[in-house]
Design a protein around this ligand. Structure first.
Ligand code: SAM
Ligand code: SF4
Ligand code: F3S
Length: 463
């Protein structure tokens, strides 16, 4: 039997095949889901460029298309299967087209069965921990294999892969992988394995390199960044890591997500407040304002414990910015449970929320509950929740009027001549401007507000 080659050796073999091709080959990577998955997508692109592919944003006409999928809610999966249907038509026009599926859906046995049965035109399938196997799988496929699948769960997530970053000024840096929390509704621990933290020196080196290249926003990623270091033997924890990153030279803002409320406390808030680079904002997913539901979700905190962190931050910075994730319609959530969620929203006055209707995930504990709440009730609760949040943000964004803000410009407004950016508090700001401002910090004077952004004018363009 042939000895297995390294990723680099397979990559070289694929590039030799690609170079012999009569025209350059184009690859399209489509990522879905959370920022950790987009970060994996950047690594896929990095490996593909190294092998000699050029990148395209369009599936049509591509020689290789990889769907880097998310399994967190059923509609995320449905979208992927729907989009695979389109690829089938493209493949009929170009039979040499290679189609790959990876990411969290690829770690679910049911997906593999469904692909083998009904989506036989999919050529590559690989789980998130097999990301570095892409060159090997491609090599096998290009050498004539009918399928090239690797859905094994490897113990460690591959590190040190080439990465083609999507932005030249905003970068995400995973600091840990996997999750140990097993919230009863959530599929992530089943598809991403157990928590493991990257070594601090490797993270710091990466952030330093990004700062040296002029990156202006560094987003540290993990499913629960507050348990960073628990599996390391060097005494590192998340606040200490943040302090070290804060000391790195350069003009950039540091953000992180997600924080689990059971592990976020005073020390984290003190670290944010005492830092010079960390955004004055905390994304603290509440999920529900009912202790009964939190307990059934296995979240391991109470509303009181959650509010202690909020109140402590507000005792230092009275309008400290919080955002959150909320699930509406967890199995058998009562009207009273739901009203408790609305109550906490009013108490915390979130600047933004990410809200989801509960989606049943086979394999999770909550999926076994016999749910008596109808879909109509869930949608009606969601409508009420969104209406309340609109009221809260409309009112609370007014607090910025008259203030100065430093904003990183990172997008274009809907109308020409308008640019958008984010403040330290993660508030969207709209200003007049043009593309020359993209990726730069500007100081603005806030003159107005809407329910999703503040508006203002640029005072100075600094870097
Ligand atoms: N690790 C993060 C945390 O604990 O906050 C969350 C990561 S999860 C990918 C992002 C959000 O998706 C969760 O905070 C939760 O609100 C939502 N979510 C996860 N599973 C869900 C489900 N089965 N139905 C609806 N929303 C879900
Ligand atoms: Fe899912 Fe809970 Fe882990 Fe977040 S902490 S990824 S919600 S299991
Ligand atoms: Fe989705 Fe996987 Fe992220 S399930 S939210 S892409 S970790």
């Amino acid at each position: 039997m042939e000895k297995d080659k390294t990723t680099a050796e397979y990559s070289l073999l694929v590039s030799e095949i690609i170079n012999r091709h009569e025209r350059p080959l184009k690859a399209c990577v489509r990522s879905y889901g959370c920022q950790l998955n987009f970060s994996d997508g950047e690594k896929l692109k990095g490996m593909l460029l190294k092998m000699g592919y050029s990148l395209t944003d369009r599936e049509e006409g591509a020689d290789l298309v990889i769907f880097n999928t998310c399994a967190v809610r059923e509609n995320a999966e449905d979208r992927v299967f729907g989009n695979l249907g389109y690829l089938k038509h493209y493949k009929e026009k170009n039979p040499h087209m290679i189609i790959g599926l990876c990411g969290c859906m690829a770690a679910i046995k049911k997906t593999e069965d469904r692909i083998r049965e009904s989506y036989r035109f999919v050529d590559l399938l690989f789980s998130p921990s097999a990301l570095d196997k892409l060159p090997k799988l491609l090599y096998e496929k290009l050498r004539g294999s009918r399928y090239s699948f690797d859905t094994n769960e490897y113990e460690l997530t591959p590190e040190g892969l080439e990465q083609q970053r999507d932005s030249s000024f905003k970068a995400s840096v995973p600091i840990m992988f996997g999750c140990n929390n097993f919230c009863t509704y959530c599929i992530v621990p089943y598809v991403r394995g157990r928590e493991h933290s990257r070594r601090a020196d490797s993270i710091i080196r990466e952030v330093q390199e990004l700062a040296d290249k002029g990156y202006r926003e560094i987003m540290l990623l993990g499913q629960n960044v507050n348990s960073y270091g628990n599996d390391l033997d060097d005494g590192m924890d998340f606040p200490t890591l943040l302090e070290k990153i804060d000391r790195i030279d350069g003009d950039f803002v540091v953000r992180f997500m997600s924080s689990h409320p059971k592990d976020a406390g005073k020390r984290l808030i003190d670290t944010i407040v005492n830092s010079s680079k960390i955004g004055r904002h905390l994304h603290l997913p509440l999920q529900s304002g009912s202790d009964e539901i939190l307990s059934r979700m296995n979240r391991r905190y109470t509303v009181e414990k959650y509010m202690e962190t909020v109140d402590y931050a507000r005792s230092i910075i009275p309008d400290f910015s919080f955002t959150t994730d909320l699930i509406v319609g967890f199995p058998n959530e009562s009207e009273e449970d739901f009203l408790r969620t609305l109550d906490i929203m009013k108490r915390v006055r979130y600047d933004n929320i990410y809200s989801f209707i509960y989606s049943k995930r086979t394999g999770t504990k909550a999926a076994l509950i016999d749910d008596r709440i109808t879909d109509e009730e869930k949608s009606e609760r969601m409508t009420r929740l969104l209406a309340l949040q609109r009221e809260i943000s409309t009112e609370s964004y007014k607090r910025f009027i008259g203030r100065k803000m430093r904003v990183l410009i990172d997008g274009r407004g809907k109308k020409p001549g308008i640019m958008t950016g984010k403040s330290s508090e993660f508030i969207i700001a709209e200003v007049e401007g043009d593309d020359s401002m993209m990726g730069r910090f500007v100081d603005i004077q806030v003159t107005g507000s809407k329910n999703w952004a503040v508006t203002g004018s640029v005072i100075s363009n600094n870097s």
